[in-house]
Design a protein around this ligand. Structure first.
Ligand code: GLU
Length: 410
């Protein structure tokens, strides 16, 4: 099953659990606008190579489209469609005034020089610039794109339009109007949500163990924050290997090792596979890599008490059912990883006002948004006796249905 079919199954399951008639949701089953481009980029050797890029503005009844741009060899239309749908749900769950969008370029960034990546980034904006902007669609980073990529993209956009419009792209460097705290906000938001869940589940941070799959922006910062909070992070992984250390991993050391060597290999401890990491005996499991990692094959072997999805779409619907049956609490992506887009929203607000906030102000507002999101979802979990994913979808669907109805679009 592709990710979009999985996403639609999640929507149907939630609608059923929440008593929403399926026909009420037909406006959420197809994207509003799909942009597919094929554009030329000059490689360092002088030859031209064409790249395929996508941007999907899935829904905009609640505000402009919003979501990241991913650089990954496996990017395709179905994946971007799923990711843009999840952004629509996510922005509604935390109640920020955005619709949902997502973009991607099919490329393996590890096989390109910085100069080539700059031209790939600029070329993509050149190809889609008419359709983005602070009131239309606002891109941000995602898998294998970072502040520097956002800086190139914004610079290209401003060069084309001849205006300073920093609110066109979020996740920028601070020097170009980025927000304090944005660099680690996805993880920080996840940590705030975990704090709420841990209290309900009687998980003591000073005694609990954690396994984190993925050591990119989300996973690395999450491992760092949680170990500072007293949690014992016993396993981490990247695309090359997993590392297990029973006594707990020194995350600062791991981050330094990864930065210097480009891999976690050789860090010390037992080297394990990504698959083994998922089924380790750890109290909290944090998938922070790619889609479809927790599946019907491994879900039954998962021993965690709680799963906090920092990745988008890491769990398939079949796995969801198994986890629920086994009493495992899963805090879904559309809530758990919403801290990234929450601070993107703050960044956009600051850009539009031309007035910038201190880091503590950003963090306080982030905690407020995430805690409120968690409480809203939790209230529905209790009221309707549904899973956290179902509750989040029901909450989002209601908000989206209201906005669509008010516009006469439903
Ligand atoms: N790519 C991130 C996500 O999946 C952030 C999106 C944004 O900041 O717009 O939520």
């Amino acid at each position: 099953m592709d990710s979009f079919s999985n996403a639609m199954t999640q929507l149907e399951t939630a609608a059923k659990a929440g008593g929403i008639p399926p026909e009420e949701l037909s406006f959420l089953r197809e994207p509003k606008r799909t942009i597919e481009v094929n554009y030329p980029v000059r490689m360092d050797d002088g030859k031209i190579k064409h790249f395929k890029g996508y941007r999907i503005q899935y829904n905009d009844v609640r505000g402009p489209a919003k979501g990241g741009i991913r650089f990954h060899p496996k990017v395709d239309l179905a994946e971007v469609k799923a990711l843009s749908f999840w952004m629509t749900i996510k922005n509604a769950v935390i109640g920020i005034p955005y619709g949902g969008g997502k973009g991607g370029v099919a490329i393996n960034p590890k096989q390109h020089s910085r100069a080539e990546l700059e031209r790939v980034s600029r070329g993509f904006i050149k190809a889609i610039h008419e359709l983005i902007g602070p009131t239309k669609d606002i891109p941000a980073p995602d898998v294998y794109t970072d502040q520097q990529v956002m800086a190139w993209m914004l610079d290209e956009y401003e060069a084309i339009t001849g205006e300073h419009l920093p609110g066109t792209i979020t996740g920028k460097p601070i020097s170009l109007g980025g927000s304090q705290g944005r660099a680690y906000s996805t993880a920080m938001g996840g940590a705030y949500v975990l704090k709420e869940a841990a209290e309900l589940l009687d998980i003591d941070p000073l005694k609990a163990t954690v396994a984190v799959q993925g050591f990119g922006n989300a996973g690395m910062h999450m491992a760092r924050i949680l170990s500072r909070w007293g949690y014992k992070v016993i396993a981490i992984s990247d695309s090359t290997t997993g590392i297990y250390q029973e006594k707990g991993i020194d995350i600062e050391r791991a981050a330094k090792h990864k930065q210097e060597k480009g891999t976690l290999r050789g860090l010390g401890g037992k080297e394990i596979t990504n698959e083994e990491l998922l089924t380790l005996k750890a109290d909290i499991l944090i998938p922070a890599a790619l889609e479809n990692q927790i599946t019907k094959t491994n879900a039954k072997d998962i021993k965690a008490t709680a799963i906090v999805e920092l990745a988008n779409g890491p769990t398939t619907p079949e796995a969801d059912a198994i986890l629920a049956r086994n009493g495992i609490t899963l805090i879904p992506d559309v809530l758990a990883n919403a801290g990234g887009v929450a601070v993107s929203y703050f960044e956009w607000v600051q850009n539009n006002q031309g007035y910038y906030w201190e880091e503590q102000e950003v963090l306080d507002k982030l905690e407020q948004v995430m805690t409120r999101g968690f409480k809203d979802v939790h209230a529905l979990v209790k009221e309707l006796d549904v899973t956290y994913r179902e509750a989040a979808y029901i909450l989002a669907a209601r908000r989206l249905m209201d906005a669509a109805a008010a516009r006469g679009a439903r």
